[in-house]
Design a protein around this ligand. Structure first.
Ligand code: ZN
Ligand code: CA
Ligand code: ZN
Length: 538
């Protein structure tokens, strides 16, 4: 008798307690539960939902989200239902997997598998289009590509998967490409319409043989951002989640999982983001663990580890005389393009700029706090470059160091003399001005005292090529550059003092003749003396 009484009391509560629900609100709640797989659709049932089944589905939704299981559309539940989220349901019956060739579904951790996975490890991807600049003005195509690269890398870091970007065809998403990435609005021919700002953010299709398998769609009605903590749609966060689907994962109820269906805000820096154990377990169930790889002699850039990003606030306050280091002054000792970021070194400090041109922090970091293993007496560097195999080489005076990520390899420094440089006067240079890899031919160029040498570093051994040194003047740029960087897209940047020069696609062109301002274009300084419009590398 007591039990019956309790049940009655509970049912009464549904009706009488909690927020007063408008009928419309209630209907929308039920719609939501159907849409995300908690309730069968009324059509499929051939009758209306019962109060009991609705209450049960609300509990299921609350359990999955980790909030109190009241069975009521109470405030926390409605709040959750209003949250931006992924369009894919949280529960999918295998018959609903499109043309589902499903294998057994597992639910061993909290992660859920679709039962579908790619039967290969080399996966291709392509950007079909980019966010509308009018709605997402801060996300330039270069940055979007970088975000997608990192969001895929998160998954390949823990599996044998390898992702290769293919240039898109002009005809639209290509069936030959596994993961086509599209920004779309409203109805876009796949039955999952987008709804403008808020609501659904994105969705992706599970692995398979169909053209649409693996494709990821992002709502172009969202103002996508990166690195903005107040943002309601951080592209990196959402992309990591969607690529989880594109690889065969369903939503997870684990609190730390990126596969949670709701958007809880940005996960942070794409360079240092790591998957939760739940996500790692899920993806490794599908593809296995990543085998140890030998980083020597040559590792494609996508398999190298990213450099961590230190929030500047965590760094000790610089006490060096150059504490007031001003990024707008120019005169950098060394500039290097490392893992698609540009590092500007001056004295004991460095600044980081994303490939897209966004400055990662206005205040400098200390070289010694980040690059571990340089002797403390080294208070400046002459040149830095990322070698073809992903190792990073530092020069200071007549010595050089090789770093694996941010840690110096044992056995360094070694003498610069090892590089076998002899000037045209037969002297051995005491230091270098600039070193970079020219993307045009993959060779390493080393500049010192108005002359330069070319090295082939494609083999195990570094080879000095015949016919060098040559005069720097053939490049048509200042003869003693501070440093030089080459970008994958073929452009090369020469830096000297407060200026830089651009060489496009390996050719000396008119543009190389006119210097531009480092402060304005790279350091985001509001300078009035810059007459030209900033043009950032793409
Ligand atoms: Zn999702
Ligand atoms: Ca939306
Ligand atoms: Zn779609």
């Amino acid at each position: 008798m007591a039990a019956v009484f309790t049940i009655c009391a509970a049912l009464l509560c549904v009706v009488s307690a909690g927020p007063v629900l408008l009928p419309d609100q209630y209907a929308r709640g039920v719609d939501w539960l159907v849409r995300y797989g908690y309730l069968p659709s009324p059509e499929s049932l051939g009758r209306l939902q019962t109060k009991e089944s609705i209450e049960e589905s609300v509990r299921k939704m609350q359990r999955f989200a980790g909030i109190e299981e009241t069975g009521k559309l109470d405030h926390p539940t409605l709040e959750l239902m209003a949250k931006p989220r992924c369009s894919l349901p949280d529960f999918i019956s295998s018959k609903n997997l499109y043309k589902g060739k499903t294998r057994d579904r597992g639910n061993l951790g909290r992660y859920t598998l679709t039962g579908l996975s790619w039967d290969k490890t080399d996966i291709t991807w392509s950007m079909h289009n980019f966010p509308s600049p009018s709605i997402s003005p801060n996300l330039k195509p270069g940055l979007v590509r970088l975000i997608m690269t990192y969001a895929l890398k998160v998954w390949s870091d823990v599996t044998p998967l390898r992702f290769q970007r293919i240039n898109p065809s002009s005809y639209g998403p290509s069936p030959q490409i596994d993961i086509n990435i599209t920004f779309a609005s409203g109805y876009h021919e796949d039955g999952y319409a987008f709804d403008g700002k808020g609501g659904t953010l994105a969705h992706a299709f599970f692995p398979g043989k169909e053209d649409i398998a693996g494709d990821a769609h992002f709502d172009d009605g969202e103002s996508w951002t990166y690195g903005d903590w107040s943002s309601n749609s951080d592209l990196f966060t959402v992309a990591v989640h969607e690529f989880g689907h594109a690889l065969g994962l369903l939503h997870s109820s684990s609190k730390d999982s990126i596969m949670k269906p709701y958007y809880y805000g940005p996960v942070g820096d794409m360079h240092s983001y790591k998957l939760s154990p739940d996500d790692i377990m899920g993806i490794q169930t599908l593809y296995g663990k990543r085998e140890d790889f030998n980083p020597f002699p040559s590792v494609p850039a996508h398999t190298t580890t990213n450099l961590p990003h230190f929030p500047t606030s965590l760094l000790p306050h610089p006490t060096h005389p150059q504490a007031s280091a001003d990024r707008c002054q120019g005169g950098f000792d060394a500039i290097a393009n490392i893992r698609q970021e540009v590092f500007f070194f001056r004295g004991p400090h460095f600044w980081r700029v994303l490939h897209s041109g966004s400055l990662m922090s206005m205040t400098p970091a200390l070289i010694h706090n980040f690059w571990i293993g340089l002797p403390p007496e080294i208070d400046r560097v002459d040149a830095v470059y990322e070698r073809r195999d992903g190792y990073i080489v530092f020069f200071s005076g007549n010595q050089y160091w090789v770093f694996k990520n941010t840690v110096c390899l044992p056995g360094y420094p070694r003498p610069l003399a090892e590089w076998g440089l002899h000037t045209s006067l037969g002297e051995v240079p005491e230091r270098v001005d600039a070193v970079f890899v020219w993307p045009h031919n993959g060779k390493t160029y080393l500049f010192s005292g108005g002359e330069y040498w070319r090295f082939d570093e494609t083999g195990k051994e570094r080879k000095l090529e015949d016919g060098y040194p040559k005069l720097t003047s053939v490049w048509g740029i200042p003869s003693h550059p501070d440093d030089i960087i080459g970008f994958l897209d073929g452009e090369t940047y020469f830096f000297k003092g407060t200026n830089y020069w651009t060489l496009k696609r390996g050719a000396l062109d008119q543009e190389s003749a006119s210097p531009k301002s480092i402060a304005a274009d790279w350091m985001k300084c509001d300078i009035l003396i810059s007459p030209h419009t900033p043009e950032m590398p793409k």
